[in-house]
Design a protein around this ligand. Structure first.
Ligand SMILES: [Zn+2]
Length: 390
């Protein structure tokens, strides 16, 4: 599959010949392949864990034009895996930081920055400028948006995703194989699949999956080898095992099937049951208190029980004084340890899991119960900055 067309006048400078010499001496790349790379236009969606190795290796290999979409700033918690950014970049825009690193690695690369959230309003206009889209996003709404925009524009979508010790990669190209929707017709229920921020991710894992995405992108540009079209690669880092699933195009697929019902981009947050990044139905009906109100209850020596529903290893990192640990998964079977006559405050890291715990306890008849809004993170921000954030 040739995604770039060569203009006859294209050529490499003397500097470029030297820089790419290890490519030029391989018959599978050679001068023609290197010129294809130089004329290729690739968009990286996200400059995070997957986007870092993607952009670094595509730039180093000589992809001529690299677009990056991101709206975030570099945070200390990013540095454990987002290797395109350094400690001195914390607080800076991820895009500015990424561009500086890329230009240091290869000044011949043209870098386009899109400092914006990718939405149904801007995705088609941005994608149109590129031959290949590499998806390094970390949420389902954007993943479906990237997929649908690629199908509608007939462009290949080089997909990767990661969680804890496991990763996936594929190439979704509806002209030649299935799309992401053929594989996952429906998003998971909101809140069911934790994000990397909630569940964690091993530092090297995005490097491995992002490098596979970079490699697949180069193969598509060069038109060499067997791309991951119609194949889902599964990687288990703990067992150090790769597995592969054959994927088939779903003739009923609403976007790439025989009778598609999706002809334009939709509201993906609504499709995924979320609003503003948070599940829509949550925390409806869950009584909340703020960290300031909790502090006041403590200062007034009010009688109440503080339950921490995080995991034991999170409790080891930090805790609110006086809290009792009952992980969310044990709430149902350990609620006999609680007295429904007591006033109860439940907290977790950010307030999501504890809202679920409050719902479970309310269904069991607990009434004097509150969720700590924003969890221990908000407690650290508003009450006790000595509590480490993670
Ligand atoms: Zn499809």
């Amino acid at each position: 599959m040739a995604t770039t067309t060569l203009t006859p006048t294209a050529q490499l400078t003397k500097d470029e010949v030297l820089r790419y010499s290890r490519h030029l001496i391989m018959p599978e790349v050679g001068m023609e392949g290197q010129l294809r790379l130089k004329q290729a236009r690739v968009l990286c969606v996200g400059a995070g864990g997957l986007g870092s190795p993607l952009a670094l290796y595509l730039a180093a290999a000589g992809v001529g034009r690299l677009g990056i979409v991101d709206f975030d700033v570099v945070d200390f918690t990013n540095l454990q895996r987002q290797v395109i950014h350094g400690t001195g970049d914390v607080g800076r825009s991820k895009l500015q930081s990424a561009r500086e690193t890329i230009q240091d690695i290869n000044p011949h690369v043209e870098v386009d920055l899109y400092e914006t959230r990718l939405t149904s309003d801007n995705a088609l206009d941005i994608f149109r400028e590129y031959d290949i889209i590499a998806d390094g996003t970390d949420n389902f709404a954007t993943r479906y948006l990237v997929n649908d925009a690629c199908v509608l524009l007939g462009k290949p979508n080089v997909y990767g995703s990661i969680f804890r010790f496991e990763g996936q990669a594929s190439v979704f190209y509806a002209k030649e194989g299935p799309c992401y929707r053929c594989l996952y017709p429906e998003p998971p229920p909101p809140g069911l699949v934790p994000s990397c921020a909630e569940g964690g991710v091993l530092g090297v894992l995005p490097g491995i999956i992002g490098c596979i995405q970079a490699l697949e992108t180069l193969k598509l540009i060069l038109g060499k080898g067997a791309p991951l079209i119609g194949r889902l690669l599964l990687f288990d880092a703990l067992q150090m095992q790769f597995r592969e699933l054959k994927l088939r195009k779903n003739p009923e697929c609403p976007v790439c099937g025989e009778h598609p019902t999706i002809h334009e981009l939709i509201d993906y947050e609504e499709f995924c049951g979320i609003r503003g990044g948070e599940p829509m139905q949550q925390p409806a009906g869950v009584p909340e208190i703020t960290p300031t109100e909790l502090k006041k209850m403590m200062d007034e020596h009010r009688r109440f029980v503080l339950i921490d529903v995080r995991e034991p290893h999170e409790y080891e990192i930090c805790r609110i004084p006086g809290s009792t640990l009952i992980p969310l998964g044990e709430i149902a079977k350990r609620m006999n340890e609680l007295n429904s006559a007591d006033e109860i405050v439940v907290h977790c890291r950010s307030g999501m899991r504890s809202a679920k715990a409050v719902q479970i306890l309310m269904q069991a008849g607990f009434r004097k119960i509150h969720n700590l809004k924003g969890g221990i993170l908000a407690w650290s921000d508003e009450i006790d900055p000595s509590v480490p954030k993670y």
